[in-house]
Write a protein that binds this ligand. Structure first.
Ligand SMILES: Nc1ncnc2c1ncn2[C@@H]1O[C@H](COP(=O)(O)OP(=O)(O)OP(=O)(O)O)[C@@H](O)[C@H]1O
Ligand SMILES: [Mg+2]
Length: 254
């Protein structure tokens, strides 16, 4: 196992092996943290409460802003390499393969992962964790780890931060207004109409509300996601953050 990690044997030990391992020092793009929302607001206390060196679990209801908070902290910290794993859509085998750690037995994968994180001194974000069992074996013995979860995890030697809904002190509305006025009319209309859709909705539902084709609506929804006005929560499923939905509803009758 350690040979796999250090890359000292097999193809990695040969001259051509060095070329084959050229990607070794790069974090594969799908495991780099995405940027936080462009118009990030508030969360000063939570940002200050996350400490470097240790495990911090950000827990709170869906859509409250856990991932955004974690990504903002990573962006502000800007130190060293950062590794992002979305456990809702990515698994350990995919990650190890992306780092060219192939052929690792399933039982050994958590240990190989921990060694990788420690060796590279990654700051680690484990996003969308369902249960403590899912991550306990992934936690490295040292370094900084952020975990987001909708449930309390009670991980050993971790601090847990409850992420509460953002209180709108007026700033959020102003920021949303700024994004809203820049929207082309089709997107603006979709933004207003879909806000009356409760919970998560798909492209067909949005198309029916707007009276447009799935294809046109899909592009417009993607645009809203890009502008952080809408959240994509899986394959072609979308949801508004509560504050954004409230903002969009105020635009309905204007
Ligand atoms: N502080 C913030 N400033 C601006 N936008 C925010 C902030 N927090 C969250 N958002 C926006 O709200 C939406 C939901 O946030 P986020 O995805 O972080 O929620 P979450 O708690 O991780 O939800 P889930 O449990 O579904 O993963 C996103 O569009 C995000 O960009
Ligand atoms: Mg999240």
């Amino acid at each position: 196992m350690s040979d796999v990690l250090t890359g000292t044997t097999g193809t990695a030990g040969t001259a051509t092996g060095a070329i084959r391992f050229r990607g070794w020092n790069e974090v594969p793009p799908q495991f780099r943290p995405p940027l936080p929302p462009r118009h990030f607001v508030g969360r000063d206390a939570e940002l200050a409460g996350i400490r470097a060196g240790g495990v911090t679990v950000l827990s709170g209801p869906g859509g409250v802003g856990k991932t955004a908070l974690a990504l903002k902290w990573l962006q502000e910290r800007r130190s060293g390499d950062q590794l992002y794993v979305d456990l809702a859509t990515q698994d350990l085998d995919q990650l190890l393969r992306a780092f060219r750690l192939t052929g690792v037995d399933a039982d050994d994968r958590p240990a190989v992962f921990r060694s990788l994180v420690i060796r590279r001194q990654f700051t680690l974000l484990l996003d969308n964790v369902d249960s403590a069992d899912q991550v306990t074996r992934l936690l490295p013995a040292s370094g900084t780890v952020l975990v987001t979860s909708r449930v309390k995890l009670n991980l050993p030697q971790s601090q847990e931060i409850d992420v509460e809904p953002l209180a709108d002190d007026g700033r959020i509305g102003q920021l949303l207004d700024r994004s809203y006025v820049e929207l082309p009319e089709r997107q603006a209309r979709l933004y207003r109409l879909c806000a009356w859709q409760p919970g998560t909705f798909g492209v067909p539902a949005a198309a029916a509300i707007a009276g447009e084709s799935d294809c046109d609506v899909e592009d417009a929804l993607d645009d809203l996601v890009e502008k952080s006005l809408l959240t994509e929560v899986g394959d072609d499923a979308f949801r508004f953050h509560d504050l954004v939905r409230a903002h969009a509803r105020t635009k309905r009758y204007q």
